[in-house]
Design a protein around this ligand. Structure first.
Ligand code: G4P
Length: 529
């Protein structure tokens, strides 16, 4: 029993959220490098080099050199067992990216110091904020010209609605980058052009009380400026409150350069110290204690066709309580089936490793016999509870889908419905066109390619996708009359889900307001299920 507690207390399960190019891959690589999981930089895919990511599995991923679906990496550092959930961020951004955040206990937000908060960061942040998980901010690329530090913090606060607390403070940026000031220890970690790129720990730490040593190291001007800024932040910045951090209301902010190995070690150390171990999770029978010896987990992602020869599907689950052993029987609550899980596995660096045991906080993949669905619960045979489901996120891209060979209608409908049930896409019907047109909605455009690829390969159905300009979707919540009578704009389309519930899709946010203005009594609701 006590070894279970000890193991679980060490777990830190987190995701990195960022906009493409902010440095997520580089930072991940440094985490793996510092923890000794990989030996050389360059092992983790950079999108430019199109090397395969350690998590690349699917055929389509290999063809493109990108990672379509997310998985998890485990590494040990500072006595912690870190489970880093991979959230695809380039054109492979998808609903899976959001779902993965449902399995994380905290998040690292990487921001490019030269750019500030960018759109994808904002979207991912919103999902984290919905769950009130702690978010730790790393302002990256300080070795390049960055925005004014106060402006960056202001941007985070205004744009994301979260208070910030700088844990350290940068001294200049770009050519004038001299290091960071550690607010807790009140000393300066100096950055040197000559040592850049070497493993950290070799730079000097100079206490700010030693003004002459500091001036000699970073220059008189930078010292003056730093002292002024320190006075300002000590007076104006939010004071550090771990409880607020844990509630996701305050984000500790760190500065550095992932590429040059600067500020990463301090960040890793502090972040893993503050990030929470697994906490109790809500089920329909109340909170489930992670430290209970009874195993439980929920499925947050299903990945199809990892092995073309077997056409298998892998269900990824997050363990929420207790200890898993590969020889134990567990219950799949939704089907009532009690059995051993098939081929439990874990991904460590570039290996898929068979898993004999795992603990709350860990992520594992198992072969899906075709009955698992996203959000399903696994627990001990005696237990009867279910974890809360995973929300469906609003699609942001839409396309009209037609099969090339109209004789294959049945196969087409079966295929597209099955893929929709897996959660890879969402399907709707057009209202009022008199035609049985299927509209497909996705979070990331690459899912259209995945749909086409899978229909062709698995169902032998060729399709034509006509991408539509809509980006916003709302439920029709309240409307007295026929949906066809809603006075629209040229930027609006009426659709329904497969149960016949009406929705409206819009090209821009502005048309949403316009349509509301034009139709008295119309109420629209945000999309979530
Ligand atoms: P992402 O996963 O968030 O998309 O970003 P990634 O780490 O791939 O970084 C994007 C680009 O930014 C890469 O350059 C990377 O080397 C660079 N970069 C990351 N961190 C830093 C940093 O701290 N300082 C500087 N100056 N650059 C940084 P690239 O040329 O696009 O790719 P590559 O050929 O170097 O892989």
């Amino acid at each position: 029993m006590s070894d279970i507690r000890e193991e679980i207390e060490k777990r830190r399960t987190f995701a990195i959220i960022s906009h493409p190019d902010a440095g997520k891959t580089t930072l991940t690589e440094k985490f793996l490098l510092y923890s000794g999981t990989i030996n050389t930089a360059g092992s983790v895919k950079g999108k430019a080099t199109a090397k395969h990511a350690v998590s690349d599995w699917m055929d389509i991923e290999k063809q493109r050199g990108i990672s379509v679906t997310s998985s998890a990496l485990q590494f040990e550092y500072d006595g912690c067992v870190a489970n880093l959930l991979d959230t695809p961020g380039h054109q492979d951004f998808s609903e899976d990216t959001y779902r993965t955040l449902m399995a994380a206990d905290s998040a690292v937000m990487v921001i490019d110091g030269g750019k500030g908060v960018e759109p994808q960061t904002r979207k991912l942040f919103k999902v984290c904020a919905m769950r009130h998980i702690p978010i730790f901010t790393f302002i990256n690329k300080m070795d390049r010209d960055a925005l004014d530090t106060f402006d960056i913090l202001d941007d985070i606060e205004k744009n994301l609605g979260v208070a910030t607390c700088p844990v350290n403070w940068p001294i200049g940026s770009g050519k004038n980058f001299r290091g960071i000031y550690d607010r807790q220890l009140k000393d300066v970690l100096t950055y040197s052009e000559t040592l850049k790129g070497t493993k950290e720990g070799v730079e000097n730490r100079i206490p700010v009380s030693d003004r002459s040593a500091l001036s000699a190291a970073i220059g008189e001007e930078a010292t003056e400026k730093l002292m002024g800024e320190v006075e300002l932040i000590d007076g104006a910045a939010e004071s550090f409150d771990l409880e607020e951090v844990k509630a996701g209301m305050l984000t500790p902010v760190f500065f550095g350069s992932a590429l040059q190995n600067f500020g990463v070690e301090i960040f890793m150390h502090e972040f893993l110290k503050m990030a929470p171990a697994p906490e109790a999770r809500k089920s329909d029978m109340g909170l489930i204690d992670p430290y209970s010896s009874d195993f439980s987990a929920f499925v947050f992602k299903i990945q199809a066709n990892t092995n073309k020869a077997h056409r298998d599907r892998i269900a990824f689950m997050r363990i929420c309580s207790g200890k898993f052993r590969s020889d134990m029987n567990v219950k799949h609550v939704q089907s009532g089936r009690v059995a051993r899980l098939s081929q439990p596995q874990q991904i460590i660096a570039d290996d898929r490793k068979t898993l004999d045991e795992a603990y709350a906080g860990d992520i594992m993949g198992v072969i899906d016999p075709g009955i698992y669905a996203i959000g399903d619960t696994f627990c001990m045979p005696k237990d009867k509870y279910q974890y809360e489901g995973i929300p469906t996120f609003a699609p942001e891209h839409f396309a009209r889908v037609r099969q090339v060979d109209t004789m294959k209608r049945e196969k087409f409908v079966k295929g597209i419905t099955q893929i929709a049930q897996e959660g890879a896409i969402q399907i709707f019907r057009e209202i009022g066109t008199g035609m049985e047109e299927i509209i497909c909605g996705v979070v990331g455009v690459l899912q259209f390619d995945v749909l086409k690829f899978r229909l062709e390969n698995e169902y032998n159905v060729e399709i034509i996708l006509e991408q539509l300009p809509y980006e916003h979707i709302r439920w029709v919540k309240e409307w007295n009359g026929d949906v066809k009578e809603i006075v629209g704009t040229s930027d609006m389309k009426r659709i329904e889900d497969l149960k016949g519930n009406p929705l409206l899709i819009f090209v821009n946010e502005w048309s949403v307001g316009m349509v509301l203005d034009r139709n008295k009594g119309l109420e629209l609701a945000e999309f979530s299920r």
